[in-house]
Every structure is written in C-alpha cells, then in structure tokens.
Write a protein that binds this ligand. Structure first.
Ligand code: MTE
Ligand code: MO
Length: 315
C-alpha cells in the first residue's frame, strides 16, 4: 500500500499533510520555474505549470471588470478535492495534469484518444472573457483561454446517432481526497445537447489569465458554457462520449428536483431552497449590492436553442 502510494506520488506526502510552509516553498518553485523552463531544467509537471500560452485576444467580454486571479484560483468548486471553497487550491497542488489524453468514444466513426498538446492545436487558442454564474448564487468574470468545443467535435467525427455529449471527469480516489467521500456519484459526469455543444460560445478551456489552467480550475482541460450554471463546466475531462440518450449527470443523480439537465441561468426559475433572481459578484467588496441575474446569464444569442421549450419544466 505504502509502496504503491510512493510510486505514484514520489514525494510520499499526502495533500492533507502539506503545511503552509510547504505551499510557500511550492510557490517559490513555480516562480523559479519560468526561468528554469527556458533552461530546460524542469520536471514535466513543473514545465507544464510554467507554460505560457499563445492565444488571440477576442472582443468577448472586454467591457467586463475581471475577477482577480487570486479570487478565481482560491474560491473554487471541485468536489473531488473537497467541498470547501478553499479545499481545491490546497488539495490539488500535487495533482499532475500531464501527460494527459482524452478518450473519445460512443457514437463516433471510430473510438480514439487525443493528447492535450494535439487538442490545443485543433484551433487557434482564444481568450474569452466570460461571466460565470454558479448555481449557489455567486458569480465571477474570468478571462479563459481555450478553443471552441466544435473544433474537437469536428475532429471526433460523430455519427448521426450522436444527440448528446457526455463529459466525464478524471477520478482517482487515491489522489483526490474528496472522491473518497460519496457526496456525488463519481466520476463527475456532465452533458450537453449536441446543438449546445456546437454553439460558438461553448469552449474547452486550457488556461486562464493567459497561463495554463491551475489544477483547482480543472487542469489541463475543462468545459466552459457561460449561459449555464457553473456545474455544467466539468473539470479535468478524461472521456468525451457521444450518446443518443440524455446523459444522467452527477448533479441530476444527486437531486433531480434541484439540478436539471439544462441548468440554463434563469432568474425566473428559483432553486427549491433559494432565489436565482440575483447574484453576488465575488470580489466586488463588502458593500457592493447584489446584481440582477439575467436570463441565459445575458448571452441572449443562445435563446434560439430553446425556442418552443418550456424553461420552467426544462430547467
Ligand atoms: N469535476 C468537477 N467539475 C466541476 C465541479 C466539480 O465538483 N467537479 N464543480 C462545478 C461547479 S459547481 C462550478 S461552480 C465550477 C467552478 O469552476 P471554478 O472553480 O473554475 O470557478 O466547476 C464545475 N466543475
Ligand atoms: Mo457551481
């Protein structure tokens, strides 16, 4: 048991045993990494975290006031690493997002895998500043770096039977302390209807604030769907499965009456236990009032995807 743990985690340190001093040392390592990367002196994981990304700026959200890097990377939901907002930043420090491959399966011409490096080359990386709204009633504005999910779908060559896509997050209870606790039915599963997945706002994010994704934000690749509640954005995606039936997602399994498949941001459909009509912008300050939540989080162009659907029933 111990041997096995040591082999997989050469430091032999459990995330829960890391002290603030260790974290401090780790930060210094990361700071040093940028220089060392240039000199080719880095271990793969360190080299990964030191990467900067080549990306194009876009007009998306350039009028928005960004949530600070500090808030974006220290106030997270990532239950595999604990249910507390500060747990993921602390518990995911040793998580290794490289090497990484994603399995593509189900209703596709042929099952295959794609490496993260190849994925990043399917389309030019773009910065997209998106408003993000969590179902819990808080929001952030995050400068993601990523590529349209459509680029991967085109590469995957789904067949006519593909009506939905299932996103399955990486799951390893040995290295993800939260995944040893049955708060959700692991692995974390999310899903989109095919037309939602093809919508140009839907991206696979590989970075934020111009750098590769921090572990706590879903390294090395996560889904971002800005008109839906944050839980749709599965982190550390390991499998993408094209399916004919609507996926049974982790949150639907946890409580179908609270978390629907669509999960479109909608101020007119309250969560059974709290209002969805307003939100608290993280980092806005103690005295900032709540903001009015907008239908589809203000991304009106997606409305046509739901024409004729009763959004009170299909929440
Ligand atoms: N695998 C996985 N993905 C996940 C979650 C999770 O617990 N596990 N939490 C979701 C929720 S509820 C939110 S609000 C967003 C938070 O993303 P962020 O921490 O990068 O802001 O991630 C989503 N993706
Ligand atoms: Mo969330």
């Amino acid at each position: 048991m111990l041997l096995d743990n040591n082999r997989r985690n050469p430091s032999g340190i459990l995330p829960s045993e890391i002290t603030p001093q260790d974290l401090f040392e780790q930060r210094r390592t990361v700071l040093k990494a940028a220089g060392a990367a240039a000199a080719g002196l880095l271990l793969p994981a360190q080299a990964y975290a030191a990467q900067t990304l080549d990306f194009q700026k876009t007009a998306f959200g350039k009028e928005e006031k960004l949530t600070s890097f500090e808030d974006v990377t220290s106030y997270n939901n990532y239950y595999e690493f604990g249910t507390g907002k500060e747990d993921p930043a602390r518990e995911a420090v040793l998580f290794k997002p490289t090497p990484w491959t994603i399995k593509i399966e189900g209703a596709v011409k042929q099952s295959k895998t794609i490496g993260i490096e190849q994925l990043m080359k399917l389309a030019p990386l773009e910065e997209r500043i998106y408003r993000m709204r969590c179902v819990e009633g808080w929001s952030m504005v995050i400068p993601w770096v990523g590529l349209p999910l459509k680029a991967l779908i085109d590469w995957a060559q789904p067949t006519g039977n593909a009506k939905y896509i299932e996103f399955i997050s990486y799951n390893d209870p040995r290295h993800m302390p939260g995944a040893r606790i049955p708060v959700l039915d692991w692995p974390y599963i999310e899903g989109l209807r095919m037309d939602e997945a093809m919508q140009s706002l839907t991206i696979l994010a590989v970075g934020l604030y111009g750098k590769v994704l921090p572990n706590q934000n879903g390294a090395p690749v996560r889904l971002v769907v800005p008109w839906k509640y944050g839980f749709k954005g599965a982190k550390a995606i390991s499998t993408i499965r094209f399916v004919e039936q609507m996926p049974h997602t982790s949150w639907m399994k946890a409580s179908a009456r609270e978390y629907g498949f669509y999960a479109n941001v909608n101020p007119a459909v309250d969560h059974p236990r709290w209002t969805q009509s307003s939100e608290k912008r993280i980092g806005a300050g103690l005295f900032a009032g709540r903001i009015k939540t907008r239908l589809f989080n203000g991304y009106d162009e997606v409305g046509q995807l739901y024409a004729g659907m009763d959004l009170q029933k299909n929440f």
